[in-house]
Write a protein that binds this ligand. Structure first.
Ligand code: ADP
Ligand code: MG
Ligand code: MG
Length: 250
């Protein structure tokens, strides 16, 4: 199975409230899917549980990468399985340059040394796509980065790490339109038969630039309806009330 599968996933805050209440979702390799939903629906929790955030525990269900359960794996091992989770990144890494951090991350993912020349070739390509200059490479990771720089940097890391499945949570938040277009350009450059992505977003705006193959709507810890890009347009026009009613009716 060449897909990321979320199967009847139930998860709660450790020793606390249940947040995910039976999420079912399949992202085939080669596709980009969006998860939309109102604030508090559990979208970010879904991303964090996929990342293996120790603050949450899975009480039922499974997460499978290409048919293999990753539930027992730590965050690093999940990365080696091909997952990229932007928000699992450290907030700041003082004393470690952005480029060195990324080279170490790539080596950890591959489990072998990556030559400087190969690494820089990848970096150059990513920087070109993102219309960025090299000065970002020597800065300490996330240290003093603006919100927009952080987001663009996450996409740069994703491009260099070449994950099989990327989970991007609110990648558009706080971005002006030019930054948003560049982030979208980076994600679209990754599109291909060996790349799948789950784009978590409250707003439809980013989906104008990254057109998803499918849109899923989450309400109260469950996916209540799915559709094509037109579903995102409908949510933009009509809000979430009609889906909430659907969730109650089910
Ligand atoms: P979304 O991303 O859709 O806005 P979240 O996944 O961030 O939703 O949150 C879903 C619900 O779970 C919210 O009510 C939120 O307050 C709660 N929640 C999530 N994580 C925690 C946590 N670590 N501690 C307390 N409440 C949490
Ligand atoms: Mg929220
Ligand atoms: Mg969120």
């Amino acid at each position: 199975a060449n897909e990321l599968e979320i199967r009847n996933l139930h998860a709660r805050i450790v020793d606390g409230e249940a947040i995910l209440k039976g999420v079912n979702l399949v992202v085939p390799k080669g596709q980009i899917h969006a998860v939309m939903g109102p604030n508090g629906a559990g979208k970010s929790t879904l991303g964090k549980v996929i990342a293996g955030d120790p603050g949450y525990e899975v009480t039922q269900g499974d997460i499978l990468v290409d048919g293999e359960s990753i539930l027992e794996l730590g965050p690093d091992e999940r990365a080696r399985k091909g997952l990229f989770l932007a928000f699992q990144y450290p907030v700041e890494v003082p004393g470690v340059s952005n480029a060195n951090f990324l080279r170490l991350a790539l080596q950890a993912k591959r489990g072998e040394e990556v030559s400087v020349s190969e690494f820089y070739a990848k970096l150059q390509k990513a920087l070109e796509t993102l219309e960025w200059d090299e000065s970002i490479l020597t800065r300490y990771l996330n240290d003093g980065f603006s919100g927009g720089e952080k987001k663009r940097n996450e996409i740069m890391h994703m491009m260099v790490l070449e994950p099989t499945y990327a989970i991007l949570d609110e990648t558009d938040s706080g971005l002006d339109i030019d930054a948003l277009k560049l982030v979208a350009k980076g994600v679209n450059a990754m599109r291909g038969p060996n790349f799948g992505a789950l784009l978590i977003t409250h707003y439809q705006r980013i989906l104008n630039y990254i057109v998803p193959d499918a849109v899923h709507v989450m309400i109260d810890g469950r996916i209540v309806t799915s559709g094509g890009p037109e579903l995102a347009m409908k949510l933009e026009e009509q809000g979430y009330d009609w889906v909430k009613e659907l969730a109650v009716a089910n």
